[in-house]
Design a protein around this ligand. Sequence first.
Ligand SMILES: Cc1ncc(COP(=O)(O)O)c(C=O)c1O
Length: 364
Amino acid sequence: MRVADVPTPALLVEVAAMERNIRRMAAFFAEGPCRLRPHFKAHKTPEIARRQLAAGACTGLTCATVGEAEVAAGLSPNILIANEPIGRSKCDRIAALAAGAELTVAVDSAAGLAEVAAAARRAGVAIGVLVDLNVGQNRCGVAPGADAVTLARRVAATRGVVLRGLMGYEGHLVAVPDRIEREARARRAMRDLVDTSEMLQAAGLPSEVVSAGGTGTYDISGRIAGITEIQAGSYVLMDSDYGRLDVPFEQAFWVLGTVISRPDPARCVADCGHKSMTKDHGLPTVRDLEGATVVALHDEHATIALPPDAPVRVGDRVHLRPSHTDPTINLHDVFYAIEGDHVVGVWPIAARGYSEHRSSATVR
Ligand SMILES: Cc1ncc(COP(=O)(O)O)c(C=O)c1O
């Protein structure tokens, strides 16, 4: 199959660019001591995760949901759910996974800890725990310092779970445009994480894992003594939001659309709207069409403003660069893997939509 024959809207992954991203990131972490734990939620695609793991320098995979972990556990024996699992059915599914993999979850409350530990005891397994710190994102996480040590003590004293250390995702900083400001603020956030890890150790508590980082901070947080692993995900495919930064990764995926209308010289319309790509980080950009700008995304339509003499006809293909990787990919079933004009594979996005209930463990 050639790219021209791919039914649209479709997701394309340029294999060579993706492989270069994977190699660049693996080379950075090969120097150690910090390791990479690629975030599976970015692409949810086993074929991509296998290539990330094969490139080396990885501790395992990061996931955001139990459904992702159920897919990822078939790819790596070491899975971190960098998120707080709450609810009996989720915790029981995690315990089932922990029978066959080293499984670690984030915890930021006594109530959450109790649910995870109870599931582990019911299943007769041990589930690893990282105490989640709020390092400034103001999402989940306990405050660094004494609160974190108190929760860590409780984890260490609870049957069914094993305290492995801490995590603190500096997600509020990964896209700060100015490198100097990003670096200074990330260093301060990571100081809180490392200081708290040292407090755990001083209290005789284990803290062998200190997990943080994303695509915009991997080379800052990943070189700070005491941070043991980085959870970057977007680097492998990139998006236009990260494309504004100074990170050394290439755009490797596109939404492919077909022009279905050219109602006037200054405008064309393609068949890919916000059911094909999200716009939470802004509208997509257009490749290879000088002066073309996406001005609106409707459900199934992208409206593109054109210079009046643009050589665009009904039936032409357009490559759009999404503004946000993860939720865009979650809208598709497969990637068309391409080399030049050729489709060299159709890769299932196996964990797409597995925010929770679609897992084989719960759907019959
Ligand atoms: C907890 C956590 N860790 C790591 C990442 C990966 O970040 P990035 O996509 O910037 O690589 C995310 C992304 O949202 C996240 O939520």
